[in-house]
Each structure stands twice: as structure tokens, then as C-alpha cells.
Design a protein around this ligand. Structure first.
Ligand SMILES: [Zn+2]
Length: 171
């Protein structure tokens, strides 16, 4: 059975009748996280359907697409807080963008020119994404944008605080 058929079957067995009724997230929260299959966002954060927007991409990065979705989330659908949630052992931190593009090209036989948001320092990547969002003129609410690291081994979430300006040092 294809994986898509399997999840469709799961949805029929487990989730009928759980659909939330309001389009605006009840918690007025948007979460930007990685597509990594080990992150069960709802289970990890205790979210139920209707509670929050969950945006996922490779790395949980603040890409232009993510910013556009967050702009809609805030201005149209009423969210007020953004949680950026990266994690340990992320594939985007294990390979350079050029290596990753080469893998894609080898697999498909086509040149790949899309921007890939790989990173060298996982903590720095969280700080960078929070700063990108805080600088974005398209986000109406930038007071409550916070960054976090999910430690898969410890199964714990720790806040990543912004670096002090001018010091140049890490945490
Ligand atoms: Zn990841």
C-alpha cells in the first residue's frame, strides 16, 4: 500500500469528527518548524485542531514562503505570536547547499537553482530566523516572535535567546 493510502485510512479511523469549526487559530499562535518526520508538533506542544497554524519546511527556516504564510496568518487570520522551532540532528545542518543541490540534480537529472537554507550553526540559524521575522515589514505583530531548539535526544525544548548586540559572542 502506498503511504498516502495508509494515512488516508488512518484519517478515517481516528480523526473523523475532530475538525475545528473556526478558521482563526484559537491560541492566536503560528509555529514555524522543520518538516523532519520525528517532530510531532501537535503531540509535542499539546495542540488540538484549531489551536495554531503550523508551517513546515526544510529546516523550519524563515524563507520568503514562510514569511508570506505568516503575513496571512497575522493580518488575515488573527495570530499574534510566532514560535520558531528548530531541532537537533537537522538534515539542513549536515550538508552544504551545494552538496544538497548536487544530490537533487543527480537524482533527477535536472539542474537545481532554488535557494536551499542550509546552515553551519544550529543555534545561529534559530537566531537568524527570529531576526529575519522581526525585521519583516509584512508582519503586523513582531513583539512575540521567539526561537527554540528541540533536543530530540533529551526530548526537551529550550529557548534560544537573541545574541547581545555588539558582543559577537555566542551563548
Ligand atoms: Zn530539520
Amino acid at each position: 500500500m502506498d503511504a498516502i493510502d495508509q494515512v488516508l485510512m488512518n484519517s478515517r479511523l481516528h480523526y473523523l469528527g475532530m475538525a475545528a469549526r473556526t478558521i482563526q487559530p484559537v491560541m492566536r499562535l503560528a509555529i514555524l518548524t522543520c518538516m523532519d518526520a520525528r517532530i510531532d508538533t501537535a503531540g509535542l506542544l499539546g495542540l488540538r485542531p484549531g489551536d495554531a497554524h503550523v508551517l513546515r519546511n526544510a529546516g523550519g527556516r524563515a524563507t520568503d514562503d514562510a514569511v508570506a504564510a505568516l503575513a496571512i496568518s497575522q493580518a488575515v487570520l488573527g495570530t499574534r505570536e510566532v514560535m520558531v522551532l528548530h531541532h537537533t540532528e537537522c538534515a539542513m545542518g549536515r550538508m552544504k547547499a551545494t552538496e544538497m543541490a548536487a544530490r537533487i540534480e543527480a537524482a533527477t537529472g535536472h539542474a537545481f537553482h532554488e535557494k536551499l537554507e542550509t546552515f553551519a550553526d544550529p543555534i545561529e540559524a534559530v537566531v537568524e530566523d527570529v531576526e529575519r521575522l522581526k525585521r519583516s515589514p509584512h508582519l503586523a505583530h513582531r513583539e512575540k516572535i521567539r526561537g527554540f531548539m528541540y533536543d530530540l535526544e533529551k526530548n526537551a525544548i529550550n529557548e534560544v535567546l537573541a545574541r547581545a548586540t555588539g558582543s559577537g559572542g555566542g551563548p
